[in-house]
Design a protein around this ligand. Structure first.
Ligand code: AMP
Ligand code: GLY
Length: 425
């Protein structure tokens, strides 16, 4: 089968790596891909949001199945477009992907279906938003309604910070039309974890837990990023917490879809805040998380291609998901200056000389090839991934790989997974 993967991050490298192991997959194309992906797939020079080019390529090359990695093409309607052209594609429709592309859409859905989440108000008028912030309790969370590459949310501990961010969004339009509306939420305390659920429109398959590390620096300090590392499973999700998540969130979400005739196919990413074993929803995303995908797919023992393919065919009930009895960790090596101003164009020397065993892998993100060397080409650059019989082993193994990599022009957290070790002890 000929498969196309859309995207260019660590998530897409992990998807290409996972599906490449299947005997059903003969050839993988990735649009646009990265340096690491080019070792297992043919990169095509088409941007992930160039829907017409993607469609022309898929029709010309007779692509049997397309998997969408990032949110932008989903929110632009790539699934609708491919389906109109009788092409099989994995992901939710443009309508369903509003669960990610409009914060207000997702909050209203949660409100209608009694799903626990922070209380909220939405505004299209700056003056009304400002006077609301002036009388609200702190901290307060300000969110641009639309997609903003992970930069559209600010947790504000000072009123002046909240007002400045409101001005950035609504008056200076730093997120252009994504900031025409803002959602202002109350602050949720607790610890974050995420759940990924495959849904074929009728059946669901919940993956194991994982936990991202959103802040740039150790001890969860510094600015928010796309994610600096992740591990799976997450010890914070014990049996009781998992049961609460299923009963309080997962069941009402999918019952809500049924009630509202919203057909959801693809992956639903549920971002949660957990306090006293009780979950509240922070956000929904309509795609796999990055970097959570890397440790999650690294632990799957059954055919990863089938998981995507059977979901798109509406036959997820026939899939038998099998996990390796391992813990996996992925540590992100980011460029200097990330997330504000990533320094790119610099070479990472001798990456191909790093010796890895079967429980270790380097998933690429912002990389390209120049003169046979790997070049830094984005904010998050490499995802150093390792499995072990327990979390400690996985962490040690991942950091041993980093010792072998030329990380002189990269930054990374030294404490990925450390929170999980505390929970285990
Ligand atoms: P979002 O894009 O909505 O997930 O927000 C990005 C990040 O902001 C989340 O991962 C949280 O760390 C933080 N955040 C968002 N909403 C809240 C909230 N209501 N309370 C506390 N933190 C939040
Ligand atoms: N790791 C967070 C995200 O993918 O949105």
């Amino acid at each position: 089968m000929k498969v196309m993967v859309i995207g260019s991050g660590g998530r897409e490298h992990a998807i290409c790596w996972g599906i490449s192991k299947s005997s059903k997959v003969d050839k993988i194309y990735c649009a646009p891909g990265n340096a690491g992906i080019s070792e297992i797939a043919e990169n095509i020079d088409i941007k992930a949001d160039d829907l017409n080019q993607l469609l022309s390529f898929a029709l010309e090359e007779k692509i049997d199945f397309t998997i969408v990695g990032p949110e932008q093409p989903l929110s632009l309607g790539v699934v609708d477009l491919f389906q109109e052209n009788n092409l099989l594609i994995f992901g939710p429709t443009q309508f369903a992907s509003q669960l990610e592309s409009s914060k207000e859409f997702s909050k209203l859905f949660m409100e209608r279906n009694s799903i626990p989440t922070a209380s909220f108000n939405s505004f299209t008028s700056y003056d009304e938003a400002e006077s609301y912030v002036k009388k609200s309790e702190l901290p307060i969370v300000i969110k641009a309604d639309g997609l903003a590459s992970g930069k559209g949310v600010r947790v504000c501990f000072e009123r002046i910070e909240a007002i400045d961010f409101l001005k950035d969004i609504m008056l200076d339009k730093v997120f252009s039309s994504s900031g025409e509306k803002v959602v202002i939420e109350s602050f949720l305390e607790g610890e974050e974890a995420s759940f990924f659920i495959f849904s074929d429109g009728k059946n669901i398959q919940m993956l194991d837990s994982s936990q991202d590390h959103k802040r740039l620096l150790d001890k969860d300090e510094g600015p928010n990023t796309g994610g600096m590392g992740a591990y799976s499973p997450a010890p914070i999700i014990d049996m009781e917490t998992r049961t609460n998540i299923v009963e309080m969130v997962v069941k009402p979400v999918f019952e809500g879809f049924k009630k509202e005739a919203l057909i959801y196919t693809g992956i639903l990413y549920i971002g949660l805040m957990i306090k006293d074993k009780k979950p509240s929803v922070v956000e929904f995303n309509c795609r796999f998380g990055d970097p959570e995908t890397q440790p999650l797919l690294f632990r799957i023992d059954s055919d990863i291609f089938d998981l995507f393919y059977l979901t798109a065919l509406g036959e997820l009930d026939s899939y038998k998901l099998k996990w390796k009895n391992k813990t996996s960790v992925s540590v992100v090596l980011a460029s200097k200056g990330y997330p504000m101003k990533p320094e790119t164009g610099i070479c990472i020397k001798n990456l191909d000389k790093v010796n890895l065993n079967d429980d270790q892998y380097i998933f690429h993100a912002g990389t390209s090839i120049k003169d046979n060397e790997v070049i830094i080409n984005g904010g998050r650059v490499l995802n150093i991934t390792a499995s072990g019989d327990n979390l400690k082993e996985a962490i040690n193994s991942a950091y041993k790989i980093i010792d072998m990599v030329d990380s002189s022009n990269l930054q990374y957290r030294k404490d990925i997974g450390a929170k999980g070790l505390l929970k285990n002890s």
